[in-house]
Design a binder for this molecule. Sequence first.
Ligand code: COA
Length: 259
Amino acid sequence: MDSPQNFLVDKKGKTAYLTVNRPDKLNALNFATIKELGQILQVLKADTQVRGIIVTGAGAKAFVAGADISEFKNLSRSQAKDLTQTGHHQVMDVIYNFPKPVIAAVNGFALGGGLELAMACHLRVASANAKMGLPEVSLGLIPGYGGTQRLPQLVGRAKALEMIMSGEMIDAQEALQWGLVNYVVPQESLITKSEELLEKMYTRSPHAIATAINVVNEGLQAANGGGYNAEIEAFTSAFDTEDFKEGVSAFLEKRKPNF
Ligand code: COA
């Protein structure tokens, strides 16, 4: 593939370092970034030298501050469906089912699609300054990259509904308490801690690890029923509502929405 526009991809030893690189937009995921990420994942999956991936965001402030809201305003219903389906099928599901360990090194804000990206990874290590949330209801939307399904898997239904319905962020310590992240470390130790976790896994059987990921996910999938498809449909339908128009206009005009 051509050199990526929205990512830095480095390989050191057995690890690929995948950095979302749009720091002036707090690494927000526009459609081009989602599609590019899908392509990069296929390359890394096929690369036999790569045994694990660390996903992080450029800069000291954000992992990923969500989907790029500036692109939402003029999306048609069918474009909105394409966006959520592409994110689900070419990115989030691929990471979730990736046959090699994928660790999110959450170095700041992980909001909306950013938290969904982190939750699709197998493990999350957060820096002490990280803040996490699913603020979509503030935009008249619901999470559209798997958040309605993966947040309850990690923190339970009650806390997930609290986070989704309030749209509020939680800090790294609270995320640790709820099991949303595996570890919290100072920002300067974030990559080292993620590397340590991967190095341990590299001493284990790659075949057994791939099988374990697959079997864990198989069980969760069976319990999940049609949740992911329901999310895709509901996210798409939200684009037809007045609340969506008000929520996105308010964000872009830097004011509070009036629902
Ligand atoms: N989509 C598009 N642009 C975004 C963005 C997003 N999700 N998140 C941040 N940005 C942009 C801002 O618009 C701003 O751009 P500008 O300099 O051209 O005005 C830039 O990134 C810096 O963000 P800013 O809001 O100025 O930083 P802050 O420190 O005041 O606030 C956040 C940080 C994360 C609290 C705030 O940016 C925010 O609420 N972002 C949206 C989060 C969200 O709702 N995500 C879910 C989307 S589904």
